[in-house]
Design a protein around this ligand. Sequence first.
Ligand code: SF4
Length: 104
Amino acid sequence: MNKQKTQNTQKDWESICSKCAQCCYEKIDFEGHIYYTEIPCEFLDLETKLCRVYADRDTKRPGCVHLTDENIKKGFLPADCPYVADIEGYPAPSMPDDDGPDDC
Ligand code: SF4
């Protein structure tokens, strides 16, 4: 991880985010691997791709994860997210449009 990311402030985090909203889709953790679904968070505005309750998300959506230098390494952000794009060996989640195993 580069120096910029290890010293991130909340403002730094927000400036890195490309506002793609991919991380605002429901996920399933199966045996430690994250699988994205096509179900958006109920508070995601699908047109603007912004959270409609961002300032109050801790109360309206308990469990909404705040990004930290440590927890971004756990594999819940998409591989092309700027936060994790340069993390070597990042355990990228499976996305809905990923090909399944060949024997399915
Ligand atoms: S996936 Fe990454 S770039 Fe996209 S909205 Fe989430 S934090 Fe921002």
